[in-house]
Design a protein. Sequence first.
Length: 88
Amino acid sequence: MIRASELIGAELRTESGDRLGRVHDLRAERAGEGWRLSGLVIGRRGVAARLLGTAAEPVISGEVVAWDAVTRLEDGCVTVRDSARRQG
């Protein structure tokens, strides 16, 4: 099991080595009675949303990379498919 605190601040790279940024926040969705991780928030807007919020709905800002695109987790680095598309 991985903890959210291990993902925040991790570097995000594609399988071919392109740097996409750092993980600033996480996105989750309801899954039955629990929660399921759905995305990693990166980019400057992600930092602003995490620190300042954005009006009544702070969870919508930032560039989000789908959790399903993750191929490898290493200490301080998350690797995603080259075809990973940013949402939002």
